[in-house]
Design a binder for this molecule. Structure first.
Ligand code: PAF
Length: 281
């Protein structure tokens, strides 16, 4: 596997592959890789001739500086995992390489980028669109792989792809979970063992709500999940929204959308660590 640090070296390698008619899979990551990322990489390796994994902790998508500072950085271990998964290129540029000048572009795809994470982390999706649009331009992939754990992110990126006319396929990949049900996340490594056990209560509560939802309204089910999660002393819900799975607009009735999804954000433990998850009703 080649570890590439510059855009020009990346382009040289990919131009050769493209001229040879090869397909290119891109897996954008911020590093601190885990089995969830590995599943995306393996899928890309299976479906494309060349797989590029970007490992870039994008500062523009962090509205909270402490969150950025605390974010785990594990490039050596990341590269070993990527090599074992069969990726051909790890693209690990510096911030100056990606942003030689401050990126002043503004992206706006309401309601996908204004609700939930968009409301609680102002500027977050703008930063995601800035970096992902750059990665799409550098790599020009045939397909790009994103984990469904960041359910809202995929909806925003789909809108951006449509808006900017990128010729590529977005491939959403299912959440990978621990046996306890906790969704794998780079942030889980910041949890103590006790906090990790507490965090498993998040998905469990949403799962219990599937039964509850059969004979209760959307509003009652939403409150049911919030109360269950908050009943745990280590957990505090920031929001639980029950939305149209495509537009991400709130639903009032279960029949308001062809598929309905519950999206949650919870603060866990003393630090605290912010965790997100979702479930389909
Ligand atoms: O999902 C992530 O890890 C990031 O938001 C992404 C897509 C790599 C952009 O920095």
């Amino acid at each position: 596997m080649n570890i590439v640090k510059t855009i020009s070296e990346l382009r040289t390698q990919l131009d050769a592959a493209r001229q040879a008619g090869k397909t290119i899979g891109l897996v954008p990551t911020m590093g601190a890789l885990h089995e969830g990322h590995a599943s995306l990489v393996r899928r890309s390796v299976k479906e494309n001739d060349v797989t590029v994994v970007s490992v870039f902790l994008n500062p523009t998508q962090f509205n909270d500086k402490r969150d950025l500072e605390r974010y785990p950085r594990t490039l050596d271990a990341d590269c070993r995992l990527l090599e074992a998964c069969g990726a051909q290129i790890a693209f690990a540029p510096s911030v100056a390489e990606v942003y030689p000048e401050p990126d002043t572009r503004q992206f706006s795809y309401p309601p996908t980028d204004t609700v939930m994470e968009g409301a609680f982390r102002p500027g977050h999706f703008n930063g995601v669109c800035q970096v992902v649009s750059k990665l799409f331009s550098f790599v020009e992939p045939t397909r790009a792989y994103f984990g469904e754990k960041d359910y809202q992110q995929i909806a925003v990126i789909r809108r951006m792809v449509q808006d900017l006319g990128f010729q590529l396929e977005i491939v959403p990949c299912p959440v990978v979970r621990e046996e306890s049900g906790l969704a794998l996340s780079s942030r889980n490594s910041l949890l103590t063992d006790a906090e990790r056990r507490a965090a498993a209560h998040i998905y469990r509560s949403m799962q219990w709500s599937l039964d509850f939802a059969r004979d209760h309204t959307v509003a009652e089910t939403r409150q049911f999940v919030i109360d269950l999660v908050n009943a745990h002393p280590q957990l505090e819900v920031e929001y639980y929204s029950i939305v149209d799975g495509d537009t991400l607009a709130d639903v009032q009735q279960w029949t308001d959308a062809p598929h309905v999804v519950g999206c949650i954000t919870v603060y866990c433990g003393a630090k605290p660590i912010r965790l997100i998850d979702h479930i389909r009703y």
